[in-house]
Design a protein around this ligand. Sequence first.
Ligand code: SAJ
Length: 411
Amino acid sequence: MKICIVGQGYIGLPTAALFSRNHCEVLGVDVNEKIIENLNKGIIHIEEPGIADIIKKAVERKIYAASLTPQKADAFIITVPTPYIAENYSCDLSYVINACESILPYLEQGNTVIIESTIAPMSTDETIKPIFEKAGFTIGKDLYLAHCPERVLPGKIIDELIHNDRIIGGVTPECAIKASEVYGKFVEGELMLTEAKTAELSKCMENTFRDVNIALANELTKICAEIGVNTLDVIEMANKHPRVNLHSPGPGVGGHCLAIDPYFIYAKAPKTAKIIKLARDTNKSMPTFVCDNVRKIISEGKIAVLGVSYKGNTGDDRESPAYEIIADLSKDYEIAIHDPHIGNPNFQNLKEATKDADLILILCDHDEFKNLDYGLISKNMSETIIFDTKNIIKEVPDEIKLFNYGNLYEI
Ligand code: SAJ
């Protein structure tokens, strides 16, 4: 089977790798010439375990190639960004539309087209299907169209692409069957055949479920700070219940998924999606909550910010709440930034960032921050105060003052 994958980013490239490892010929298409040039040399541009080796071997065996333009294939998979339009929270489908139009000249009867990008509910039927019908195809008869969203965790993408159950949302039942034959090449999880609109809403709901639960934990933090209870103890105790899973509060919700996908649902039903919108507003209020507490801890001086990635152990800083916090605090404090996962020339190492700092502000749960070099830090700071908004530090030497979401009422 020859497969053409449009978009060779966090999802497209690992997907290409797995098809190439399972006896498919793969063409990876992208708009970035440098990425294409490097991929054809077997060099990859994403930090994801296991991908580099598979792509390198596939390039050597000439079963993977990268190109700026599509070619004829049996199946076409679209894995391009779908940002949200802040003005009305709707889904920007322009990249998906452009990708679909770019494959039109290469489509043949009997081909399968799959949209993997996370898209707003009803997009496949209302926006994408007409593109191919205008080109003369009859969906479900001479062209098969499906939405098959991914659900992988950065750092575990290969494993999850193979083993997670996969939603196969066909515009018609025949489309779902054809799309399941494509993923059957490497997916070992269950292939769950359904309609495209069900697949779209399921995907958005997966991340919305998580966003709402994180908002509940964040609201609990604010309540505990107000009435003088330890949030972390409450979460630990409540989660001992076999059917309770309070999520972890933090400085906000980042990433290109949870911070965006709930808006796609809200935009479709703004009068009804009240919990979803309130959860988003709650999570978006956390940067201000963090800054308000910083101002209670110290009124002036230098702050060493540890971590700007949107989540631990990754260099991905998309939609990271850290940037909003840094912008706000920069008005009143000197800010130094340290993040071992992001190579930014303006960032400093731990020693430089904490030198003469009045507060260490932890905004990300990188493993490196769970066992800080307190000897180095204490020498570096006249009084060592740490505000850990990810609640990852379990204990500190006596001379260090530690604030986290469990003791904000003590400030
Ligand atoms: N976060 C919290 N508290 C928590 C969990 C996470 O504040 O208890 C924060 C994180 O710090 C981060 C954000 O939420 O800023 C998102 O974290 P995440 O762990 O949900 O990670 P993502 O966005 O990389 O991955 C999610 C996953 N979706 C679900 O777990 C339902 C992943 O399976 C999806 O494939 C991915 O979104 C996606 O691409 O949609």
